[in-house]
Design a binder for this molecule. Structure first.
Ligand code: ATP
Ligand code: MG
Length: 124
């Protein structure tokens, strides 16, 4: 089991699951960030029903959540390597145009592989 985090959420990675909790810190703006983490979990748990974006980029489903943004659970998948993401994103842009985006936040840190397909696991 390992623990990592993004800007607004802690992520506990077990062998099979990624458990996302709002990030708690006592630094400046820590409380605002905590609220953003709750909201990110709430949004994601609702948005999960939209299975892919307008270009067919798949969203990794939330398989379980606790209300009010306390906790979201997804399958743990294999994070994509930066260089692989750059290649995929470049061919995506060639196909759909410069304005097209794979997600609202196109950091490679939000994408991974599952059963040979690319999924976005942070889609809010
Ligand atoms: N389903 C998953 N499988 C594997 N790793 C994951 C998964 N979900 C999240 N992670 C890891 O946890 C990190 C943080 O998760 P996530 O991007 O959802 O948090 P965030 O706080 O919303 O991030 P951001 O800084 O992009 O706003 C990811 O960059 C990734 O390393
Ligand atoms: Mg992220």
């Amino acid at each position: 089991m390992t623990v990592t985090h993004g800007t607004t959420r802690f992520v506990i990675l077990t062998k099979r699951y990624a458990i996302k909790l709002p990030y708690i810190s006592f630094k400046k703006y820590g409380f605002t960030n905590f609220l953003c983490g709750l909201l990110a979990n709430i949004n994601e748990s609702q948005y999960t029903e939209i299975y892919e974006n307008e270009y067919g980029v798949k969203h990794l489903p939330i398989i379980f959540h606790i209300g009010f943004g306390i906790m979201n659970v997804m399958r743990r998948i294999e994070p994509i390597k930066k260089e692989d993401f750059i290649k995929i994103n470049n061919s995506f842009k060639q196909k759909y145009g410069e304005m097209a985006t794979m997600s609202n936040d196109t950091s490679y840190k939000n994408f991974g592989w599952y059963k040979g397909e690319i999924y976005c696991f942070d889609y809010v």
